[in-house]
Design a protein around this ligand. Structure first.
Ligand code: SF4
Length: 388
């Protein structure tokens, strides 16, 4: 298709134009996948120079599964009072961090449900205690909908809640719960979740408090290609505003397809045709490629091995992703809905990166490279170059 070729050629030029919404949709729908990946990899090499792919040694902790939001794609949550509901104690969470520290980890990603039984003080005490016991671990915790839930319980604004949590030791607000920032689709699958505007507002507030943030995207919820681009566009607009205001903005963009096991969305009980839901490997690679080309203002694009598997994540590194995600150690949210692999060793991530032809480099939550692993990456990289 001529239009595809001319847009792709423009994106390959020395000063590529910012990819417009309409052109992004055209490329997503019609461009040859090989051409798309070629342009995305080229863009990755100019945006993140070098042959390194980063990864993070961290641990996911799901501190509570109590939630009142009832997203149709979620098999993880339990309503308040349910016999399988749980909330972990400080001791249980701290013990998990002890295990992470023995593996040389540098952050936890701690998220749960919207639990109306937990007060703001509970969260503050938890963060203060964890920071005291684990001063070298970055506490990247909660998502915008959890912040909205805490604000509702304590009667403060989300801005104020974030300020208080930040002072208590919160390091970052991960981008969970963005799913798709198009309200028609968002409310169809999560009628009780905050709007797209709310998610963006809380993220902007978090950035104002200097919290480290990332942007996420769950797709395959029945949305159109144009709506996927609309999601990216809303993230890109906020990034532009944040950077213009002197904030650090999102570190990265992380996307994955919805999982459809054990939930009402996948079971067809949510009134949606299952054939329209989810995505395959080719569509995932198109999504990664487009996101790399689209986000001129977000440097890091992550490959998702927990949902796509190591092999497809490896190919995503050739579609513009420059980060292999993290070890996670445990995962209970996506895995409840069908993902089979929920943890990876550091060695597995290194091997995956090396066999794709890149050099693995361990990073921290803010994408700073960690020296000890740079040496390891260099050593392994020389193995890679010998095999190329
Ligand atoms: S995805 Fe999050 S907000 Fe939605 S039901 Fe599950 S735990 Fe609750």
């Amino acid at each position: 298709m001529d239009k595809c070729h001319s847009v792709l050629e423009g994106q390959l030029s020395d000063n590529p134009p910012i990819l417009g919404i309409d052109d992004a949709a055209i490329l997503y729908k019609h461009a040859d996948l090989n051409d798309l990946m070629f342009v995305a990899l080229n863009r990755r090499r100019s945006q993140v120079p070098g042959n390194e792919v980063t990864y993070l040694v961290d641990r996911n902790i799901n501190y509570t599964n109590v939630c009142t939001i009832n997203c149709q794609f979620c098999s993880f949550y339990r309503p308040p009072g349910h016999q399988e509901s749980y909330t972990q104690s400080v001791e249980q969470i701290s013990h998990r961090i002890d295990e992470l520290e023995t593996l040389g980890g540098s952050r936890i990603l701690m998220q749960g449900g919207v639990n109306p039984e937990l007060s703001l003080d509970w969260y503050v005490d938890l963060l203060v205690e964890l920071q005291l016991r684990h001063p070298s671990i970055a506490l990247d915790c909660f998502s915008p909908i959890e912040i909205e839930g805490i604000a509702e319980v304590c009667g403060k604004t989300t801005f104020e809640v974030l300020r208080i949590l930040s002072e208590a030791g919160l390091h970052g607000l991960p981008g969970g719960g963005a799913e798709i920032l198009v309200d028609d689709i968002r409310f169809a699958v999560s009628p009780k979740k905050g709007s797209s505007d709310n998610w963006l507002k809380v993220m902007e507030e978090a950035q104002t408090h200097n919290l480290t943030t990332s942007a996420t995207n769950v797709f395959g919820l029945g949305e159109s290609i144009s709506q996927r681009i609309e999601h990216m566009s809303r993230v890109r607009e906020l990034q532009e505003r944040s950077l213009n205001n002197g904030l650090s903005g999102f570190t990265s963009f992380v996307s994955w397809p919805v999982m459809l096991e054990n939930n009402s969305l996948g079971n067809g009980n949510a009134g949606r045709n299952k054939i329209e839901l989810g995505t395959g490997a080719v569509e995932y690679l198109r999504h990664v490629s487009i996101s790399r080309i689209f986000f001129h203002n977000i440097d890091h694009i992550q490959a998702s091995w927990p949902t796509m598997g190591m092999d497809i994540a490896q190919i995503a590194l050739l579609a513009g992703a420059d980060d292999a995600g993290s070890t996670m150690m445990e995962e209970n949210v996506v895995s409840s809905s069908g993902s089979t692999k929920t943890d990876a060793t550091e060695l597995e991530l290194q091997r995956m990166i090396i066999s794709a032809g890149f050099v693995p480099v361990k990073r921290d939550s803010e994408y700073n490279k960690l020296d000890a692993c740079l040496q390891l990456g260099d050593k392994l990289g020389s193995i890679t170059s010998r095999t190329q």
